[in-house]
Unconditional design. Structure first.
Length: 273
């Protein structure tokens, strides 16, 4: 969903974001992917080894560009990670692994290549770079966030976007899980020095706590609107979308319908409708 968050920086995407993170924007813009998928090239300053998070779509030019940028920086890609398995983040992973000779590590075994998986609490170290794996299901069941403590940053995939809000991809994604994940990220921001969001789409967010709190408030507001729509006689997800998302671009209604279905299930599970 589009629309800048309060306090968003200038709406620019791509390039160096932190001392350890550089964004290479994939050429796949759309209403769902915003400017395109953010492929993240991570490396400890001075190291010749790099980690790539979310190679993106199966676009040969983009994949080779990521490798070329690493080489220009004197780095070799040593590991590929996925925040989740949606095609705009992961479709190019197998080809990227072939080009770089790396493993692809993910939560879902379906998307792994040649190595171990990922799990919450895990610490990944490559060339002095440290990443901590944070489980953040909700957008999808396999969604992960990578915490880059040295930069006070989190790579959130589609859990928190740089512009607008994301969808809960029902039935795989669950709203209860998503709210728990947002609370987990709020804790990282409030208590563990995280101030920067490196999202899967859209510009970098400099106010991680404000961004996550906005997401929580937005979800609470939408949930109340869905409950009101049901009380007013809406009986299907399509009817709820037409009422609650009337001010949203219709190109986004299919995604909104997935979120509505997740919200209806949440309200049913909690005995609220």
């Amino acid at each position: 969903m589009t629309g800048l968050l309060p306090g968003d920086p200038a709406d620019t995407v791509g390039g160096a974001a932190t001392p350890r993170a550089l964004c290479v924007l994939a050429p796949n813009p759309s209403p769902m992917t915003l400017d395109g998928t953010n492929t993240w090239l991570l490396a400890e300053p001075g190291s010749d080894l790099a980690v790539v998070v979310d190679p993106g779509p199966l676009d040969e030019g983009h994949l080779r560009r990521v490798i070329e940028i690493a080489e220009q920086r004197g780095q070799r890609v040593a590991l590929t990670l996925l925040t989740h398995g949606h095609a705009d983040h992961a479709e190019g992973a197998a080809r990227f692994a072939e080009l770089t000779g790396t493993e692809v590590r993910a939560l879902d075994p379906v998307h792994r290549l040649g190595g171990a998986g990922l799990h919450g609490g895990q610490v990944i170290e490559v060339g002095g770079l440290e990443l901590r794996v944070v489980p953040t299901p909700g957008h999808t069941s396999d969604s992960l966030t990578f915490h880059l403590p040295a930069d006070g940053a989190i790579l959130t995939g589609d859990t928190v976007l740089g512009r607008g809000t994301t969808m809960v991809a029902h039935p795989d994604g669950l709203l209860g899980d998503y709210l728990d994940s947002l609370r987990r990220l709020r804790s990282l921001a409030a208590e563990h020095g995280v101030h920067t969001v490196l999202p899967g789409h859209g510009p970098v967010l400099a106010d991680a706590l404000g961004g996550v709190e906005y997401y929580l408030a937005h979800r609470a507001g939408r949930l109340a609107q869905v409950e009101t729509a049901v009380e007013a006689g809406c009986r299907t997800a399509e009817q709820v979308v037409a009422r609650v998302y009337a001010d949203v671009d219709r190109a986004l209604w299919p995604a909104a319908e997935l979120s509505v279905r997740a919200q209806l299930r949440y309200l049913e599970d909690h005995g609220l409708i």
